[in-house]
Design a protein around this ligand. Structure first.
Ligand code: HPA
Length: 275
């Protein structure tokens, strides 16, 4: 057994000591989206400090705890406060909680984020269902020795964002009257927001939204054979065109919080109807 596998087991052991719930679905909450966990019937709340191997989140708007319980009749685990690469965490730390949630039983990962809209048709407050991603972080979450017990050395990344689940999301959104954009998420390491020229470049290569997260966790989930769904809350115009306003993290959080309520309603319906 290698070091990663040992660490995953220790973390799982510490969580199992607090809750018997075996979550089927794992949800990672992005910036300003913490309140999405409000509807969870809580069995246990575990600050990251109580789980061996999980680093502390240092970003304003990220609580830093796991919430285990049930939502819409399903056993779930929510990660309230994710770890970002730009905080200085090695990629192996960024994806460690995803690995632990999988080890607890999660077969599906739902990953959420706040993102800038590269697509000129997007407006702050829009929700985007992620159809695919482009990794521009300058690193890959799986670099390093591969543990074959977790997944293959060269994972296939076709259909990383599970088509059947995306279809389900589109149906539920339609029924609920929730407008959804769809598109490609481009991941940038941050912590700087992108320059206008970088944003025009990201648009040119096929990005619809840009953010500083999600791709590492989605990659780790794909590596382990999990189903994946991803949602971006578009919090700001990021077209890199002349009319683009300056970026402000507090504005990002404020828009995410309001639009996050719509995303919470959609997630509740989606989770209820998941296989
Ligand atoms: N760029 C990167 N990350 C972000 C943005 C953005 O414009 N908005 C919210 N997160």
């Amino acid at each position: 057994m290698n070091e990663t596998t040992k660490s995953i087991r220790s973390a799982r052991f510490a969580i199992r000591a607090k809750t018997q719930v075996e979550p089927q679905i794992a949800v990672i909450l992005g910036s300003g989206l913490g309140p999405l966990a409000d509807k969870v019937e809580v069995d246990a709340i575990l600050p990251y400090s109580e789980i061996p191997g999980i680093a502390q989140s240092t970003v304003h708007g990220h609580a830093g705890r796991l919430i285990v319980g049930s939502l819409a009749g399903k056993d779930v685990i929510f990660m309230q406060g994710r770890l970002h690469y730009y905080e200085g965490h090695p990629m192996s730390d960024v994806i460690f909680p995803t690995r632990v949630m999988h080890a607890l039983g999660a077969k599906t990962l739902i990953v959420t984020n706040a993102a800038g809209g590269l697509n000129p048709d997007f407006t702050p407050g829009d929700l985007m269902l992620i159809t695919d991603h482009i990794n521009m972080m300058g690193n890959n979450a799986l670099i390093g020795p591969n543990d074959e017990s977790l997944g293959p050395r060269f994972p296939d990344m076709t259909d990383t964002y599970t088509p059947e689940l995306r279809q389900l999301v589109l149906q539920r959104a339609d029924e609920e009257g929730i407008a959804l954009q769809q598109g490609v998420y481009a991941a940038w390491s941050g912590p700087t927001f992108e320059t206008p020229a970088e944003r025009r470049f990201l648009r040119l290569i096929g990005g619809d939204a840009v953010g500083m997260s999600t791709v590492p966790e989605a990659t780790a989930a794909r590596h382990m054979g999990m189903s994946v769904l991803g949602f971006s809350v578009i919090t700001n115009v990021a077209t890199g065109l002349a009319d683009q306003p300056a970026d402000d993290h507090l504005e990002v959080l404020a828009v995410a919080e309001v639009a996050g309520r719509r995303l919470a309603r959609l997630l509740d319906r989606v989770i209820a109807s998941m296989p």
